[in-house]
Design a binder for this molecule. Structure first.
Ligand SMILES: NC(=O)c1ccc[n+]([C@@H]2O[C@H](COP(=O)([O-])OP(=O)(O)OC[C@H]3O[C@@H](n4cnc5c(N)ncnc54)[C@H](OP(=O)(O)O)[C@@H]3O)[C@@H](O)[C@H]2O)c1
Length: 247
């Protein structure tokens, strides 16, 4: 008996074409999961699939900001034991340079589409009993923030608030809902972030463990929250930050 095993569980991973979502897919596949991966970029999704162990995996293309695509995604899904939302964007902008469109795009992608996808999964009875939902949120907005990240922080705080409320609502169905809140993780998202290589080097020194995290270090926490070992954990936010926010 291994309570950490994910063998034969069916799990949907958004944002699986890149970064943290890709690492979650790969690590889950190593744990025996049957994966359904989603993203917008087909070549990158195929690349993720090629790195996964086992063959019982599929991918479905969907822009989560498009109502029809999200509905079609849900229609094509089998029953799930887990759902991990890693899709998200960063746009670093001072308030004075921010347009309403920027705010809308960030909130839509990082929180509203996640709420909508969760809503549709529940309405369409896509979860087996004792399923687990994990949202990749952030320390930003929940534990701390940085200049230029106001809309991003708001989007991630919104996600954490939503997570707590639906953890209560879905407890009667034995569906657990949790967030993972990482600090900086080495992924492509850094390219859209605030700093050049020299600033990144300096920023890493602000971390007690003197480095950014790796995507698989987030994936290991997600595996735990998806597993039966976390059966009594719901409504929680797990900070993964190399000690950054204890300072
Ligand atoms: N990296 C960090 O430092 C860090 C820290 C804290 C939290 N996070 C959070 O972790 C999550 C993953 O970040 P990452 O670093 O892995 O970023 P990433 O490498 O840029 O990957 C982002 C993923 O989101 C998907 N995506 C974006 N917009 C989408 C849309 N409209 N519809 C469907 N998919 C969409 C992308 O899909 P396509 O490529 O197929 O378009 C891609 O797979 C995000 O929610 C981010 O906020 C990241």
């Amino acid at each position: 008996m291994n309570p950490f095993s994910l063998k034969d569980k069916t799990i949907l991973v958004t944002g699986a074409s890149s970064g943290i979502g890709r690492a979650i897919a790969i690590v889950c596949s190593q744990m025996g999961v049957n994966l359904i991966l989603t993203g917008r970029n087909e070549d990158k999704l195929k690349d993720t699939l090629s790195r996964c162990e086992g063959t019982n995996h599929n991918y479905l293309l969907a822009d989560l900001n498009k109502k029809e695509e999200i509905e079609s995604l849900v229609e094509q899904l089998p029953k799930l034991d887990g759902f991990v939302n890693s899709a998200g964007i960063v746009k670093t902008l001072l308030l004075t340079f921010m347009e309403l469109n920027d705010i809308n795009e960030i909130l839509q992608t990082n929180s509203i589409s996640v709420m909508n996808l969760t809503r549709l999964l529940i309405i369409n009875k896509k979860f087996n009993k004792e399923s687990s939902i994990v949202y990749i949120s952030s320390i930003n907005g929940n534990n701390c923030s940085v200049i230029g990240n106001s809309a991003y922080s708001a989007s991630k705080a919104m996600l954490n608030g939503f997570m707590k409320a639906i953890a209560l609502e879905l407890a009667s169905k034995k569906i657990r809902v949790n967030c993972v809140n990482p600090a900086m993780i080495e992924t492509d998202i850094l390219k859209n972030s605030f700093v050049d290589a020299e600033d990144i080097k300096k920023d890493k020194l602000k971390y007690p463990l003197k480095r950014y995290g790796k995507p698989e270090e987030v994936a290991y926490a997600v595996v735990y929250l998806l597993s039966d070992a976390a059966q009594w954990i719901t409504g929680s936010s797990l900070v993964i930050d190399g000690g950054y926010t204890i300072q």
